[in-house]
Structure formats: C-alpha cells, structure tokens
Design a protein around this ligand. Structure first.
Ligand code: PRP
Length: 213
C-alpha cells in the first residue's frame, strides 16, 4: 500500500469542520474523535494520516513537504505567505479581517502617526501601505481588543467572526479589510508526485461543498 496521504489540520474549529467534511465523504474518523492527546491520526483505513497543528505550523509542515496537504485559514495564509498551492476555498471558518477601535472614535482624526495592535503585522502593514499611510505596528499574541482599551493603540487589525468580542468591549469595526475562510493547501512537490490521489480527494471535496451552495 502507498504511504498515507498526510493532511495537517488547524487544531480547533477548523479541525472539527474538516473532520465533519471527511465524514460526509464517507471516511471513518473515529481515531480523531477518540484522539486523547495524540497528534498523528490515521483515518480512512490508514489511507490518510491527519496531523493536528497550530495554524502557522500547518503552513510550515506543508511548505517543507512533511505534510502533503493542509487546512488553514486565509488569515494565516495572508500573514505568512509561502510557497504552496492554495486550491480550494472550503467555505467554513468564515470571518473577516477588520480595522476596529473604540466606538465613536474617528480613527483618522489628527495628524499623529497611528498605532495599530495586531496578531497580523504583515497584513496590517500591507493594508496601510496600500493607503499610503504611515502607522506604527505593535504585535500582540491574543485578546488584541485589550490594546485600544488600555490605550496601547489607536486601533486593532484583527479577525471578526460574530462581532461579540468587539461589542462586549465597547469597540466597533471601522473598516472591513478582507473576507476569510478555510483553505485547502497542497505542497508543490506532492502535487506532482501524488497528483491522482490529491486530485481525486479534491474532486470529492468540491462535489460535497457544491451541495451546500
Ligand atoms: C479571535 C479574534 C477575536 C475573536 C473574534 O480570537 O482575535 O478576538 O476571536 O470573534 P468574535 O467576533 O466572534 O467575537 P480568539 O478567540 O482566537 O482568541 P485570542 O484573542 O486569544 O487569539
């Protein structure tokens, strides 16, 4: 039997949505449901091996070719870039990048250089470069909404899903930056060496996704 096709999934919500998708394709994912603390899990009678990793690491594993494919949010792809094929918009994990800050403040008021707190410095830099606007960027690891509340920054660039975190902290979206959803990415060499298996899987996935539209 061939080596299993190795797929890195972003732990958490995207992992659950991807497993639900695989189950719709008829793949037995019991090993993932019963994973405990295991991080490498065979599914589909050992034909596929699922790896559970953090979003940025999914890209690293796929880029380095130790995983053939990966499921990761467009937010992480936009932030990290990298050399791989982005082949399918999976349609789940939908949210958006937004510029946000304290409710009622006018972000563009005054002439001072604005400070932006974010987990996504590259996305933020590119956004403001696109506007020809000089900003200072402060990298924050989580709960970015704290930064304007504590007056560390004038605004944040972050992902917004339901909008509850902003609302419950007296913040609001100033500008929408980009829509986000989960993407299927493929290592460039795997795409050549295992083209048939990968294309077959992608075809099944696309058919399943179409059903929902
Ligand atoms: C993300 C994001 C926002 C929140 C948005 O944070 O950074 O804080 O979710 O979701 P909402 O619009 O539905 O409220 P996450 O939960 O990943 O945690 P973190 O802030 O610790 O990164």
């Amino acid at each position: 039997m061939n080596k299993p096709l190795r797929i890195a999934l972003t732990k958490g919500r995207l992992e659950k949505d991807t497993v639900a998708l695989f189950e719709k394709l008829g793949y037995d994912c019991t090993s993932v449901h019963e994973k405990g603390r295991k991080l490498i899990l065979p599914i589909c009678d050992g034909k596929i091996e699922v790896i559970l990793a953090k979003a940025a690491d999914v890209i690293t594993y796929v880029e380095h070719g130790v995983c053939d494919m990966g499921v990761v949010g467009k937010d992480t792809i936009m932030e990290m870039q990298g050399k791989f094929f982005e082949l399918v918009d999976l349609g789940f994990g939908r949210c958006r990048f937004a510029l946000a800050g304290k409710k009622g403040d006018n972000f563009y008021d005054g002439y001072n250089v604005k400070t932006i707190a974010t987990k996504y410095p590259n996305v933020s830099r590119a956004y403001f470069e696109g506007k020809g606007m000089d900003v200072e960027i402060v990298k924050i690891e989580g709960s970015v909404e704290l930064a304007p509340l504590l007056e560390l920054s004038d605004a944040i660039v972050d992902i917004v899903e339901t909008g509850s975190t902003l609302k419950e902290n007296g913040l609001e979206v100033y500008e929408e930056i980009a829509p986000i959803s989960a993407r299927l990415i493929v290592n460039t060499v795997s795409m050549k060496l295992r083209q048939n298996e990968i294309e077959e899987l992608i075809e099944k996935i696309e058919k399943e996704i179409q059903k929902k539209i």
